[in-house]
Write a new protein. Structure first.
Length: 96
């Protein structure tokens, strides 16, 4: 949310201000770091959030993870009710 926006912008600003130094190696590093932080933030917005939305849509359609073209014959479960080996890490998960 807003904390990621503020952190990314202040980090990028600090790096880009550091790019104005007279040392060429440090200037190049700071320029690269500032652009990398900005690109990482933009790619998070452009790629990760839509992919998460597509994953929720796939889950609600009761489709498989890797072979999302095929539907599961097992009755659908809620998005907040994880099943399978991935729920081993969730403390309240009861795999079926």
């Amino acid at each position: 949310g807003s904390s990621i926006l503020i952190t990314s912008m202040t980090d990028a600003l600090a790096f880009l201000v550091g790019a104005s130094t007279s040392l060429p190696a440090l200037s190049g590093f700071c320029l690269y770091g500032g652009v990398a932080v900005l690109m990482c933030f933009i790619l998070q917005l452009v790629l990760v959030l839509p992919l998460l939305a597509l994953n929720v849509r796939r889950t609600r359609a009761n489709r498989y993870d890797c072979l999302c073209c095929f539907k599961s014959k097992v009755h659908p479960h809620e998005v907040n009710d994880p099943q399978g080996c991935c729920c081993c890490y969730a403390p309240r998960c009861q795999p079926t």
